[in-house]
Design a protein around this ligand. Structure first.
Ligand code: MOS
Length: 766
């Protein structure tokens, strides 16, 4: 089955929206899909929103963590006596403190470390912690702790970590597990059938999440009940981890994360700082707050691994891809994580012969964590630039080349169809909106300021699904509460939840309050990540609102002695269609008055089984490169995104612009720099680590939703957006720069130094 729900290859919509037939299809909307500012926008900009960083409790102590200054060392001896005697210091903890021997980095029952591991495998490993009356006292006290370290040989380079005799981060060699191999078809036959083959090695550097709010928590005990305020993407997963660390029933732990200042994947894991705060709170019988200094967020709270990606692709003269061979090497840092990138090359295009190998190595650096589309923007950097090269080698238009290889089913053995595939539409309609044309005219090669345009395609691999439970309450005065466990990680979760309730019940947005991200008072949700909050939780919100509506109409039907089918909910009045004189205001519904409120519970139903649902995207950009200085100016950007239904057009746009900014970071400005002499990060601050500013992103940017509600997938028809928004960005810049220079710069970030190096190596300096 092909093209079943797809836009045509030229981007025109399907004639029959199959959606109407799908069960639970959502009809015309009047609130959903409009541009709505965040329901908590005032709180956020006025400073009245209480982020975990703002939490201040009576009697609260402030914690600080002493970290290993070496890339690789063993703690021989710790002397905390001077710190303990300092003013304001209430407690000092180390690995030998009773209760501190907590296993860490555990998988499959095996732990790689402990809360305070005397074997420090990277700069920034936790050695001791202090709680004092003020933050300054705490930071002074950790400096008074004396530690004898035995410094060990270290390795910080991915390739060097693989070499014989490299220092071992863990016993047994630095390769993590076995290299992961995926294979289909016959790769040799595929290359034999190719009329052109391109082989290149691409490199991306390690990127740091750099959320504006640092990582941190406040912990307070009431008897054996623990309450934690945490800057997290998922309160229920922190609850689980804390219950495990302190051997408590899950119900004894309450985790609250009403606001949080960004995570991008770095706040999916429970932090050691959370456990340390709780431990010191229990020892002192006072609340303890630990928020990390910015430097610690750079060294010790995760990153997107740097990757070296060797790609070889071949195609026939007519543009049919015949073979893709792909090898990726990435570093997880000091503890186990998958630094693989091969998913995208395996699945983005239809191709019968594919072989990919993912190798992950340990190095003496901070552990990698999931970061906005883990592995995918790196692979896109390699694959989509190689696709442009191959199109050029075959003298094909790079757009037509891609359109010829669009998949409408997952490229694995079973070939399950996608419920919707907007990839072709993202490319063609994006090109039209951006004004992209295949001719060389677009490139101006006069003087030292060279302009170029480029684009790249992408897809994302995580659809979302159950579990999710949501409660909606409707009061007799026509106001409503939404109660859901999901964290709003800055994306506007609360706002679309309110919009869905407004849509279904007719309650104005300013009369809806959203309670969320509190394990003590809200419903179960999985962490917000994987671009799955909308597709996982929006159907549960809709189901809860529908439950309220059904109850309301049922009670009204009884009262009016008519049938439910005869009733409509219109402007918070229940109206009889057969006899418009028959109407009830909410406050006149007796059962509502008797109960005080109507409460509806909604659950997320499972996804369909025989199909697969993914979001798709394509981004376009125009750049100007100065061949004298190597500087890049990003002039224009357009993101075309098939994420199914758009719930809130304003936050949809914002998500796309934010993703593009982050992708410009990966492609142009950001890179963790480790010193080869010491293994230490030399740019662990916002001055030297260059997150893009307003001057680095495009002055003109546009978001083009390819809106195609996917009701075969779920009842709201929405797919994810957060990660797709950053997937093709860097590759689009790479292609634009190659278009401008006529030189392929394979190494990200495209700093002036790198641009000039490639220009001089390829003899094209101005
Ligand atoms: Mo993310 S890496 O889905 O928080």
């Amino acid at each position: 089955m092909t093209d079943r729900h797809d836009y045509h290859i030229d981007g025109t919509p399907p004639e029959t929206p199959d959606n109407d037939a799908a069960a639970g299809a959502w009809p015309e909307t009047s609130v959903v899909g409009t541009r709505q500012p965040k329901v908590d926008g005032y709180e956020r900009v006025s400073g009245t929103a209480v982020y975990p960083h703002d939490v201040s409790l009576p009697g609260m102590l402030h914690g600080a963590i002493l970290r290993c200054p070496h890339a690789h060392a063993r703690v021989l001896k710790i002397d905390t006596s001077a710190a303990e005697a300092m003013p304001g210091v209430q407690v000092v903890i180390t690995g030998s403190t009773p209760g501190a021997d907590i296993p860490w980095y555990t998988r499959g029952g095996q732990s790689q470390s402990t809360l305070f591991d005397p074997h420090c495998r990277h700069e920034g490993e936790e050695v001791a912690a202090v709680a004092a009356e003020t933050p300054y006292q705490a930071f002074d006290a950790i400096r008074a702790i004396t530690v004898d370290y035995e410094e060990l040989p270290f390795v910080i380079d991915d390739a060097e970590a693989m070499a014989d005799g490299a220092p071992e981060v863990h016993q047994g060699g630095n390769v993590v597990g076995e290299p992961q191999i995926r294979e289909r078809g016959d790769i040799e036959a595929g290359f034999a059938a190719a009329d052109a083959v391109v082989e290149r090695t691409f490199r991306t550097e390690c990127q740091i999440h750099a959320p504006l709010e640092p990582h941190g928590s406040v912990a307070r005990w009431d008897g054996n009940k623990l309450t934690v305020w945490d800057s997290t993407q998922g309160v229920f997963s922190v609850q689980q981890a804390m219950a495990g660390a302190f051997q408590l029933p899950t119900s004894n732990v309450r985790v609250i994360g009403h606001y949080m200042g960004g995570g991008f994947g770095a706040k999916l894991e429970t932090g050691k700082y959370t456990v340390m705060a709780a431990l010191m709170a229990r020892m002192t019988a006072r609340p303890v707050k630990i928020f990390l200094p910015r430097e610690d967020c750079f060294t010790s709270t995760g990153n997107r691994p740097g990757n070296t990606m060797k790609i070889k692709i071949g195609a026939a003269a007519d543009g049919t891809l015949t073979a893709i061979e792909y090898e990726s090497l990435g570093s997880t840092g000091a503890y186990r994580y998958n630094a693989g990138t091969a998913t995208l090359p395996t699945y983005l295009y239809r191709c019968d012969n594919v072989r990919t190998v993912d190798t992950t190595v340990y190095t003496n650096a901070g552990k990698a964590r999931p970061m906005r589309a883990p592995g995918v923007p790196q692979a896109d950097w390699a694959l989509e630039q190689a696709m442009d090269e191959l199109a050029a080698a075959l003298d094909l238009d790079p757009m037509a080349f891609r359109l010829q290889n669009i998949p409408t089913e997952l490229q694995n053995e079973a070939r399950p169809p996608f419920t919707s595939t907007g990839l072709a539409a993202c490319l063609t309609r994006g090109a039209e909106a951006f004004g992209w044309t295949p001719d060389a005219e677009r490139r101006s090669s006069e003087g030292h300021l060279r302009r170029g345009v480029g684009f790249a395609a992408g897809m994302w691999f995580y659809p979302g699904g159950p579990p999710s439970t949501v409660i909606v309450k409707l009061f007799a005065d026509g106001s409503a509460n939404v109660n859901m466990g999901a964290s709003d990680i800055g994306t506007g979760t609360k706002t679309w939840a309110a919009m869905i309730v407004a849509e279904e019940l007719g309650v104005p947005l300013d009369r809806i309050q959203v309670e969320h991200a509190d394990t003590g008072t809200t419903q179960f949700a999985t962490p917000s990540g994987g671009s799955k909050t909308v597709p996982s939780d929006s159907p549960a919100v809709l189901a809860a609102a529908r439950s309220v509506k059904n109850q309301l109409l049922g009670f009204a039907a009884d009262q009016l002695e008519t049938s439910v089918d005869d009733l409509e909910l219109d402007d918070l009045q229940i109206v009889s269609e057969s006899d418009p004189e028959q109407r009830l205001a909410l406050a006149e519904v007796q059962m509502l008055r008797r109960r005080g409120l109507l409460l509806g519970t909604g659950y997320r139903d499972p996804n369909p089984e025989e199909t697969v649902t993914f979001p798709f995207c394509a981004q376009f950009c125009e750049v100007e490169v100065d061949t004298l200085t190597g500087e890049i100016r990003i002039l224009r950007f357009l993101g075309a995104h098939d994420s199914g239904r758009v719930l809130n057009r304003l936050t949809f746009d914002n998500q796309v612009f934010g993703g593009i900014a982050m992708g410009i970071g990966l492609g142009v400005t950001e890179e963790r720099v480790l010193d080869r002499q010491t293994g230490k990060m030399v740019n662990a601050n916002f001055h030297d680590y260059k997150v893009p500013t307003m001057l680095d992103v495009a002055a003109e940017h546009e978001c083009l939703p390819i809106e195609h509600p996917d009701h075969e997938f779920n009842t709201t028809g929405a797919k994810g957006l957060g990660e797709p928004a950053t997937i093709p960005t860097a590759a689009a810049v790479g292609n634009a720069v190659a278009n401008a220079l006529g030189v392929r710069v394979t190494d990200a970030p495209l700093t002036p130094r790198t641009i000039l190096r490639f220009l001089s190596e390829q003899g094209k300096e101005a």
